[in-house]
Design a protein around this ligand. Structure first.
Ligand code: UD1
Ligand code: UDP
Length: 366
């Protein structure tokens, strides 16, 4: 009998990482894939869905400007209860650690529908960093029937927390599947960049960096631009108003800084491929950039993605201005230090994760 799988996506990274899974499910004649967009992000979700040609079957259109965590969680739970009652799926999948994932896992639990967690087992061990994502992951794991761990390390963390070995599947991270799909098209950022200049690519959005840490990061970026007249910087500005205000106030008007709207995934992969150096607090960028051979300085105090740090291709530099500036300047000045980091490594996957997830899910539903 055909099994019905409901796939939930809410934000930009969830859609990027679930697109390969949705495609793989849609190719199975004995599985029916239904896509639920919570639209926790509106514009940034739609950008990704358009790139991958995905039309949601259900769209909750939940986003509100400046939404609070509690308000968003409450509204999502109420709407998800209605959807699950109407859809009656055999299984529900969600990816990552956003509020959409927490609410989906909890609504699935209340409705007694098995939940599969894509990108399971990431941890920093600090509930306030990243906030609130570490809590979302920990709670989601408790509510999960199938843990799809991207790496052996993530699977080992789940085993150490006592989850049953036969509920854990090491699959690779689906972001590498998505990256391969897009990188194969030789994408271009579409930005008017000066080919004679070296390019810093920057993304910023983490809640725990809002306020003073973000101010210090912007200090470092401003200093780097002033100290290096051959540099240009691309910073696609996240829609979160807490980010927009600070970034625009500090960097707009600088003639070598390109502040743009969030790039669609194809253009952003093109921007990564063209970058000299990436500075980012993003989770996904820490996974993608190493696969493209681009060094990343991670603008956070901690990371749940230590595999690339251990491989020497990303570096955790925190949020102190001088530490960030010095680390970036060293890579700009010292070709040997740069070459040591600019190695193509793919600790997060081989581009085949979605197929493994679908195979494990099918076996689990048999
Ligand atoms: C969310 C996730 C974070 C993830 C990030 C990916 C939570 C708590 N946070 O953070 O884990 O890393 O997405 O980018 O789930 N907005 C728009 N249009 C958009 C998207 C956002 O206007 O397309 C604005 C809205 O004012 C919205 C605000 O940004 O209220 C915050 O969005 P929200 O999803 O709550 O948090 P993010 O910081 O985007
Ligand atoms: N990304 C994008 N356009 C941009 C910036 C990032 O498509 O302008 C992609 C990036 O390649 C990665 C994902 O968005 O796959 C990361 O999203 P984000 O940093 O918002 O969230 P996180 O990964 O930290 O949860």
């Amino acid at each position: 009998m055909t099994k019905r799988i409901l796939v939930t996506v809410g934000t930009r990274p969830e859609a990027i990482k679930m697109a390969p899974v949705i495609r793989a499910l849609q190719a199975q004649p004995d599985l029916e894939c239904r896509v639920l967009a919570t639209a926790q992000h509106r514009q940034m979700l739609d950008q990704v869905l358009a790139v991958f040609g995905i039309t949601p079957d259900i769209d909750l259109d939940i986003m509100q400007p400046g939404q609070s965590l509690t308000g968003l969680t409450g509204r999502l739970l109420l709407r998800l209860e209605e959807v699950l009652a109407a859809e009656q799926p055999d299984a529900i999948l969600a990816q990552g650690d956003t509020t959409t994932v927490l609410a989906t896992a909890l609504a699935a639990f209340y409705a007694r529908i098995p939940f599969g967690h894509v990108e399971a087992g990431l941890r920093t061990g600090d509930l306030s960093n990243p906030f609130p994502e570490e809590m979302n992951r920990v709670v989601a794991s408790h509510l999960t029937r199938w843990h799809f761990a991207p790496t052996r390390l993530a699977a080992d963390r789940l085993l150490a927390e006592g989850y049953a070995p036969d509920s854990i599947h090491v699959t690779g991270n689906t972001v590498i599947d998505a990256l391969h799909m897009v990188a194969a098209t030789d994408p271009d950022s579409g930005l008017a960049l000066d080919p004679a200049r070296r390019t810093l690519l920057v993304t910023l959005h983490r809640r725990e960096n809002f306020g003073a840490p973000l101010g210090r990061i912007l200090d470092a970026l401003e200093r780097l631009m002033n100290d290096n007249p051959d540099l240009q910087m691309v910073l696609p500005v996240h829609h979160n108003p807490a980010v927009r205000g600070s970034v625009n106030a500090r960097l707009s008007g600088h003639d070598r800084v390109i502040l743009c709207e969030p790039l669609d995934y194809t253009a952003f992969v093109g921007a990564m491929m063209g970058a000299t150096l990436i500075l980012s607090d993003s989770g996904g960028v820490q996974e993608e950039a190493p696969a493209l051979g681009k060094p990343v300085l991670v603008l956070r105090e901690t990371t749940e993605r230590p595999e690339a740090v251990s491989a020497g291709v990303t570096r955790l530099v925190g949020t102190q201005a001088e530490t960030i500036r010095a680390a970036a300047q060293q890579l700009l000045d010292d070709p040997a230090a740069y070459a040591a980091m600019a190695r193509r490594e793919s600790p997060y996957g081989d581009g085949q994760a979605a197929g493994r997830i679908v195979a494990a899910l099918r076996a689990g539903l048999a």
